[in-house]
Each structure stands twice: as structure tokens, then as C-alpha cells.
Design a protein around this ligand. Structure first.
Ligand SMILES: [Zn+2]
Length: 467
């Protein structure tokens, strides 16, 4: 399989250049002006060519509740989310397709799906999401979301003595499921990778983390987790461990150069130094952090400390979208209000590098993805620079990151296979997908979450809020 993209605009160190790009067997074979056409010729005139971005943290099945959950902090928001989850395999399939499509059409070629598992159908859930991602052709990193403590354990006890119901499945049974999933579905060469992904310190025992570390070492898997998303989790870590969550995760060996950590809002300077030392990656989910009132992650401090940072949309019911370009924009400019020194602010070009190479580094694939370089995988996106939202002709990357680009993705290739052409996904019928999602859902505005009602008083007391 060979093709040549002709006359596309690419960023150079400080400017732009018009080049041709030859792709052979899924890899970038040459980048230079006026190359011979090999294979099919693709006209890149008036289009910006960038490496695909990585949607480095999401939960696909949350698509079913986007727009539905009222303004609540994470701990109560989660309670409502789980009260109304009502997932089945058909919904898992459709929301994985939807997540893939929205990621592709906002510049992403890879998705890290911290996938919520249907109890009793864990294996089938993963098989179904895998099938959806393979059908679309997006590069998929499936991180089955596991825990071994019940939801109420995620809220600090404070002064009160809280006892929690045990989780319905044993830690070892969960680890056994993940090992079997790895054997059956972990196929990095085919664009599907499995990650170990305990949800976070708030709902996971050390035994679960340690079991995941063993699987990660045995099968060469990347590691994923939420980390210190909320103030409540910072308190909980002190209650549980008597030290910060980051210190604890370092002690048990979870942090590494192939560990990506979603959120990282409530870290101290000492914690930041640990992330730098262990070469861990922070996945910044700015829209989710704003939506749930979690706080502003200290992204400029991470960058100054040399911590790798990339972007995620987070699940679609805490966002409530899967627009990667929106996450990149907000995730860049949000931090300008945290530091008067504008020399630390994130430039549009830095944002693009964080979203592409930053994501690749976190997945231990910096040698294969994330830049326009000869020998790397052809995970590429062409943006239409004649689209009204990218006009007038000023700085294309400035427009893409700081503007409000709408329908600007013209073509996408993953592993050299074209899966978006003329702004449309070519591998699945998106009109059919829209109808299916429409038919599998209902308009509603008023619903009452029983679990939120049960947890709210305790949450308010622990967090020092008036009764
Ligand atoms: Zn998340």
C-alpha cells in the first residue's frame, strides 16, 4: 500500500513548508518538496498536515449520559452516573463507535478508552469495544476500568467511622479477567493495545495495583489510572496512607515511563518532582476538571519540572463532548490565569506537540507515533485551511488551537489506512450510527439519583460545607 500526499503545509522549526509525503506500508517513507508520486496521489493543497493527536483519557460509554448530570463534584457526579448507567453490549458498541468518530473528526488518531465494564459481562464488554474500534480503524488503547472497593469508599471518612460494603468481585478474579483479556485482545501491531488501569487510589487496594504492575511487566503493557482529581481524594490519600497518593504509588512501584495519570489536579511540589523523576505522564482533562469543579491542574509547573503532559477529553458526561481540539484549546489557555509570567504560557505549537508526541510518549510509542518523521507510523490528519473557521490566512496552527475550528478535518489515516476522506468517516456509516444512538436513548430532564441523596450529607460534612 503506497500513496503520496502532495503540496501539504507542514510546520517546520519556526515556520511552515510545502512538502510531499510518501507513505509506504503504513509508514512515512519520505518528506520533501516535489517528490515523485508513488502509488495514489492525494492533493494536499491548502491543507495543514499534522501527526494525529491522542485522546489520552476517556470513558466511551459515558456518551449515553452526556448533558444529563447536573453540576456536581466528582464524588456525587459518579454516584449519579452509576445509578443511571443501564449499559448493555449494544450500547457499549455504539458509544465506542461514537467516541472514535468524534475523536477522529477533531484531529485524533488514537484513543485511550478507560472502559467501564458491565458487571458479569466484563470480557464481553472489552470484546465489543475492541470490535467497534477495529471497525472504525482508529488506533485503540483499551484500559479496562477496574476497582476492588465499593463507591462509598472513595469519599474520605473524616471524623466519622464509615464502613463500606465489600466489592462484588474479588481482587484476584478481576486480575484473572484482565490477564485473559490481554491474551485475547492485546495486538499492538494491529492497532489494539490493552492497558492495566485501576481506576485510582480512591477505589483500589494495594493488591490490585500490585497485580496490575505484575501484569504490566509480564506482558509489556502500559499503565493508566486516575490520580488526585479532587480535593476529597487528596484527603482520602492522607487517611489511607498517611502520605500523598503520589508518594504511595511511587513506593509500590506503579509510576514509570509508561504510566499515564489522568487529571493530577491536587499535587504538591514534592509530588511533581516524583512524577518528573519517574518519567510519568500527566493527562490533562481541562473540560472535565472545570465541569466537576475539580480544580485547575498545575500544568505550567509540570512543564517546568520536565513532566510530560498530554490531553484527554475524559468521559463524555463530564465534558460533555469528545472534541479534542476544544480540550487542547481550553487546556492551553486555562493556565494563563495561573501564572503572570507569560513566558511560561503554552503556545499553540507546544499544545500540538503535547497532544501528539506527548501522548505517544505516555504510551511508550514515541519512536513510532507523534511526529511527522520518516520511519514513523502514518497516523496523519489533513486540516482544510479554506474552511471559514480557519480563515483568514494567518498562522494555521494558531487558528487551529486558539480558534473554534468546526468541521476542519478533511482526511485521516491510521497506520497508512485512510479512514476519513472529504470530512467523512469512510469505514462505517455515521448516518446509521446517529439513528441508532437516537433510537437507543430518550429525552429527559428530571431524574433523581438515590445514591446522590444518600451520600450528599456525608460528603458535605467531610468537605466542610454547610448542612
Ligand atoms: Zn476519567
Amino acid at each position: 500500500m503506497k500513496f503520496t500526499i502532495q503540496n501539504a503545509l507542514i510546520p517546520t522549526d519556526s515556520a511552515y513548508a510545502f512538502v510531499d509525503v510518501q507513505i509506504v506500508d503504513g509508514k512515512i517513507a519520505a518528506i520533501a518538496p516535489s517528490l515523485n508520486v508513488i502509488g495514489t496521489a492525494i492533493d494536499g493543497t491548502d491543507q495543514l498536515l499534522l501527526p494525529g493527536f491522542i485522546n489520552a483519557h476517556t470513558h466511551s460509554s459515558e456518551m449515553w449520559q452526556r448533558g444529563a448530570i447536573p453540576p456536581l463534584p466528582l464524588e456525587l457526579w459518579l454516584a449519579e452516573l452509576y445509578d443511571f448507567a443501564n449499559l448493555d453490549l449494544e450500547k457499549i458498541y455504539l458509544s465506542a463507535l461514537g467516541t472514535a468518530v468524534e475523536t477522529l473528526l477533531s484531529g485524533g488518531t488514537s484513543v485511550v478508552d478507560h472502559l467501564v465494564l458491565i458487571p458479569g459481562l466484563e470480557f464481553e464488554t472489552i470484546a465489543t469495544a475492541t470490535r467497534a474500534y477495529r471497525e472504525v480503524g482508529i488506533r485503540a488503547f483499551i484500559a479496562p476500568l477496574i476497582q476492588d472497593e465499593s463507591l462509598a469508599a472513595g469519599i474520605p471518612s473524616g471524623e466519622s467511622q464509615q464502613s463500606h460494603e465489600p466489592y462484588f468481585r474479588s481482587t484476584q478474579a478481576t486480575l484473572d479477567i484482565i490477564e485473559e483479556v490481554v491474551k485475547q485482545f492485546h495486538r499492538p501491531d494491529e492497532g489494539v493495545s490493552i492497558l492495566v488501569a485501576p481506576t485510582g487510589i480512591q477505589l483500589c487496594s494495594d493488591a490490585l495495583f500490585t497485580g496490575c504492575i505484575e501484569l504490566s511487566d509480564r506482558y509489556n503493557l502500559c499503565r493508566h489510572s486516575h490520580l488526585l482529581e479532587t480535593k476529597a481524594q487528596e484527603k482520602l490519600a492522607q487517611e489511607k496512607y498517611g502520605c500523598s497518593a503520589v508518594e504511595h504509588l511511587k513506593r509500590i512501584g506503579y509510576l514509570s515511563d509508561r504510566t499515564t495519570l489522568a487529571h493530577c489536579v491536587w499535587l504538591s511540589d514534592a509530588d511533581i518532582a516524583i512524577l518528573a523523576e519517574t518519567k510519568s505522564t500527566v493527562v490533562h482533562n481541562p473540560l472535565s476538571n472545570l465541569r466537576l469543579g475539580s480544580g485547575i491542574a498545575p500544568i505550567l509547573k509540570y512543564r517546568q519540572a520536565g513532566v510530560n503532559v498530554t490531553f484527554g477529553c475524559d468521559g463524555a458526561s463530564s465534558n460533555d463532548s469528545q472534541d479534542l481540539l476544544e480540550a487542547i484549546k481550553i487546556g492551553s489557555i486555562l493556565h494563563n490565569i495561573t501564572d503572570l509570567d507569560y513566558q511560561h504560557w503554552i503556545t499553540p505549537r507546544q499544545a500540538v506537540t503535547m497532544a501528539s508526541l506527548g501522548g505517544a510518549k505516555g504510551l511508550n510509542l514515541a519512536d513510532q507515533l507523534g511526529t511527522l518523521s520518516i520511519g514513523k507510523q502514518a497516523d496523519l490528519v489533513l486540516y482544510d485551511l479554506t474552511n471559514l473557521s480557519l480563515l483568514p490566512r494567518t498562522d494555521p496552527i494558531g487558528l487551529l488551537v486558539l480558534g473554534r475550528p468546526s468541521n476542519v478535518v478533511n482526511s485521516v489515516w491510521v497506520n497508512g489506512k485512510q479512514i476519513v476522506a472529504n470530512g467523512k468517516v469512510t469505514t462505517i456509516n455515521v448516518d446509521d450510527l446517529r439513528k441508532e444512538i437516537f433510537n437507543h436513548s430518550q429525552w429527559h430532564s428530571q431524574r433523581q439519583s438515590r445514591t446522590v441523596a444518600q451520600l450528599a450529607a456525608h460528603y458535605r460534612a467531610v468537605m466542610g460545607l454547610p448542612e
